[in-house]
Structure formats: C-alpha cells, structure tokens
Unconditional design. Structure first.
Length: 293
C-alpha cells in the first residue's frame, strides 16, 4: 500500500448551524447524503455553469465539533474561501482556510489499517484509493500507522492519470470548463436529482441534450510526454489539447466530433510530434445518463 502527501491540495473548514444548507444550495453534489466517514466530489460553478473550483467534501463528526472539510486545490483555497464568504450573507457559518495547517494524504493499493478521521474513499472511483486530511507534519507518521509506504506525489499523479481522473489547472482550465468536459458527470461529481445550485440550469440542459462537445479522455503515448497545453492535431486540424501524462499514459481534452471524423478517416493523432492513440475509444461516447447515488 502506498501513501503520498499531495502538496497541491489545500483544506477549507466550513462550520456553523447553517453550513450544510448553505453549501447544498451552492455546489453540484448533494450534501444531504453526506455523513462522517464519507466523501463527496463536487464543484462550485459560475452562473454560466463553468467550474470555479472542484473539491472533495467530508463531514466532521459531531463529537469533534462538526462542520465540513473541503479538500481543494491549494492555489484556489483562499479565493474559494472568499467566494463562499460572499455567498453566506447572514447565515450562521464560519469559513476558514486551514491550508497552512492541514494537508491531504492519498493512500492507494490497499485498505488503511485503523484509518484516522477524517478519511474517506475517493468518491470518483474507489480504485483511486483513500484520502486522509492530516496535519502535514504528521503525514509520514500517519502513513506508518496505517501500514502504508510513503512515496513521492508523482507516483500518485501517475496513478490518477492511469485511471482517467483529471486535475484542474493542468487537464482543464478553471473558469473555462463545464463539468461534463472535466468528466464530473462520470466521476460522481454532479447530482442531477438534487435541487438548484449555481449554474444548475446550464449543466442540466447540457446533460439532457447531450451537447458536450469536448471531453477529457485517456491517451497512450508513443514516445516522450508532450508538454501540457500542447496542441493535438489530426493531420493539419486541431482536435484538442494535451494535459498531464506519466508512464506512457496521458489525459487529453478532445473535440469529440473532430476525433470521430479523424478515426473514420484513419488519420492519426499527434501532439508536439509525438504520436497518440486513444486508450479506450468508448470514452468519447456520451455518458450514461443517471443520477448520483
């Protein structure tokens, strides 16, 4: 079993009598289904339905003073906390950026022994493993206590890439991508049966009409990894943008229709002079329309 402290992750705490009600009216996931020991994947969107920040949410047990912890990109922690404070108005909610004290420990290829709280299975895909929120100084000691060997964060990045889990800021741009483009509908990050949230109308319409034109999909690399942001082409036509990559596998944001045309015409894909092929062509197909449990 492996464990890695993720230096790019920050932590926000939201507490108070109105915390659940406030968050549930803002984010894409249903917090009425959340309880201590579980995690939900979701996002705060713009009114136009684009991702401001994605994050994981877990609930703190009542005996530990209650509230919620958001595992979010560290660079967005302070702006996200500020944005949430803007929405709280007179609600009885306290919002704190704890990124200078708490970090995120990813654990995979096994089940932690005696998992300390707060911890939860990654709600996107249980094969991604567990996420533990711990003081950064205690990360190594925590890993030892649960029977995991500490490894570099790059090992976790290779793991998530192989399983098709995008990372915002490298695989898609915050403020510019819809949840469907970042595969949040496939990764249990959008609940289509909950009530309203910011951007809900746009996301619901895109889901039910199947109008997402681009998708992040896994690609296999024939050679060195292209730089993130490299243009992906089919012949002389641009069909997408390269994201993160590791160990011969990468993630690419592709125009579905253009790649389908290239496949039909047997035109190969490349980025930065490096040949690419789809790891699974079915990833280009529309997602099965179902609600998040």
């Amino acid at each position: 079993m492996k464990a890695a402290l993720l230096p790019d992750r920050g932590v926000i705490k939201i507490s108070g009598a109105d915390a659940r009600h406030l968050l549930n009216g803002l984010v894409t996931t249903d917090l009425t289904l959340l309880e201590p020991g579980l995690g939900r994947f979701g996002a705060l969107l713009t009114p136009q339905g684009k991702i401001v920040s994605d994050f994981f949410i877990t609930e703190i047990a009542a005996e530990d003073d209650g509230g919620f912890l958001l595992d979010c990109p560290k660079t967005l922690a302070e702006p996200l906390a500020t944005k949430l404070k803007f929405y709280k108005l007179r609600a009885k909610v306290l919002i704190e950026n704890l990124s200078d004290r708490l970090g995120v420990l990813a654990v995979w290829e096994g089940t932690p022994a005696g998992t300390p709280e707060p911890a939860f299975v990654d709600p996107r895909n249980d094969r991604l493993g567990w996420r533990l929120i711990v003081p950064e100084l205690l990360a190594r000691k925590t890993a030892e206590a649960i029977g995991a060997a500490m490894v570099d964060a790059a090992a976790y990045q290779a793991h998530r890439i192989a399983l098709g889990a995008p990372a915002g800021g490298i695989d898609f741009a915050y403020g510019d991508a819809f949840p469907h483009e970042a595969n949040m509908d496939r990764l249990h990050g959008v609940d289509f049966s909950k009530g309203c949230y910011i951007g809900q109308e746009v996301v619901s319409r895109m889901h039910h009409r199947g109008t997402a034109r681009t998708r992040i999909v896994r690609v296999l690399l024939d050679g060195a990894a292209p730089q993130p942001g490299s243009d992906i082409t089919a012949g002389d036509k641009s069909v997408g943008t390269m994201g993160s990559s590791a160990e011969g596998c990468g993630l690419a944001l592709l125009r579905i229709d253009r790649v389908a045309d290239a496949r039909e015409a047997a035109v190969p894909l490349s980025a930065g002079g490096i040949a690419l092929q789809l790891a699974d062509p079915d990833e280009l197909k529309p997602a099965v329309r179902k609600t998040v449990a």
